[in-house]
Design a protein around this ligand. Sequence first.
Ligand SMILES: [Zn+2]
Length: 591
Amino acid sequence: MVVCAGETSKIDVTVEGAEAAQQEPFLLYVIAPAERSETSAEVVHVLGKVAPECKVRVGDEDVEVYSTGGFARDDIPLEMGTNGVEVVATAPDGKTVTRALTVIRKKRPPPSPPSELKVVEPAQDLAVLPGEVLSIRATGPPGLSGYATGLGQPAKWPLAEVVIDDGQPTGRYTAAVRVGTQAFGLALPVRVCLQEEGAEPLWAESEGKVEVWDPAAVRVGETKGERAGITFGTHRVRLGGPYLAEVPAGTRFEIVGARGPDFRIRLSEALSGWVAKRDVVQLPAGTPPPHNFFTSCHIGGDEEYDKLSIRLKEKVVFAVTSETEPANQLYVDLFNTHHATTWLTHKSGAKVIGPVHCEQMADDWVRLTVPLRCKWIWGYWTETEGNVLSLYVRRPPAIAAAGDSPLKGRLFALEAGHGGRSSGAVGLMGTKEKTVNVHAVNELKKALEERGAKVVLVRPGDSAPSLWERARRANEAQADLYVSVHANATGRANGYLRVSGTSTYYRDEHCRRPAELVYNKLLELGWNEFGVVGNFSYAPLRNTYTPAILIEQAFMSHLADEARLLDPEYQRAQAEAVASALAEFFDSVRE
Ligand SMILES: [Zn+2]
């Protein structure tokens, strides 16, 4: 998360005593709030900077001055009207500088009910099939009644008003209609009408247009480009929605709807997904939807990897996921597919893949369960050549014998988050996250190398390769583990000393254990808990063949966290903690 640095305003200083005034005064910056400010909040937070050896009092409390010179006091209560907050800094020689802040607290104006009618939903163009439910939302003057209309139909769909606990009308109206089999192929807005008795009716129409598709027409699409992400929904969440799959060019599916920039696609009777329209070529009318099957599956291996190959009848959406409890295994899910396999060949070249099991999960969804005979899943990837889908599985490396460093000879791909024009979060004292990340990675590199490991920096210096390129560099180097290092941030509305602590992240289940071990070691350094976060969709965590974790060291937006991250001694301790957690982990997965 990126937080913009607030403007640092230099505050004029007053130096007590005529004698002191002759000397160079020291500087006291109050970064926030401004010298005179207005708010409707019940509290104010003060943030400032002074020479680190000074003492600071904000209002009636002494506050800590961190090694950065930063100081803060959160949640100073405000009376209605004018409030004075005095900030006093005292230098070691007893000289003081005072700054008087004026904060005027005003009544929050009550939320005024909307006076104009506006259709909020559908906000984007939609294409739907008969039988689906269309949701309509509007805002307008409260306490009225009315209806919605559209889809080229004369019908009037009644509006319901949302009422809050105390029976107050809110001016938020909803309607829902099950789409019927009429007026296909017209893209029309939804119209909403609200009426008060004796008054002129209010009308408004939706920004998004709704088109009902003829269910008799079959629409088929195919992905273009190297990789298209298929998601479970159209919500826009941080780092994108969770991916159901990322599929190669030429993957086919039936298109069953659209919303704004996305198509809805049918994966099985019970499952649909969403894909960006820009990643799809629509095929000519008359193209049949894909129906895939495969009659055989080969499991073997070469010098380096185990490999499972299947020749697909058609290129359909597939997904690979990992599981570690109760045993290490992979699932290969193939959609728009039926089970026709009478031939699962296992050859002796396979060192890790155990007996593969094929199962029809639903009408058009086949799952291959791929047990892995090793203590840990060391990574995997898929390749498609023509219609042949191959799953490559990495074998365990030879971890040094007990008694020796378990990291000896192991290769780590380290990524210092952000870089170049992307600074990442900016600390309260102006520290750039990318700089802290580079220091952390350089220290970690040293700590790993001291334990006999090898390191490849996928983002050296202030370079800024794409996230894809960072993953590619790790894949090419055949790293044993990818470690991304970031620092966290949150908004400033709740103060400067609120959200603090360390956290680690992983996406796939098999990457959880190293993330947990690193997290536990970081907690031993005295951090607050922010948690081990799974399902995290950062691109290199998705796109590395090797297992991958991410560390959010602490919060740049917390004054104490920022100061600690800038301390070289802390950075050495952090690197030691992470390296020892990784050593512990590698020791535990020796075959
Ligand atoms: Zn970051």
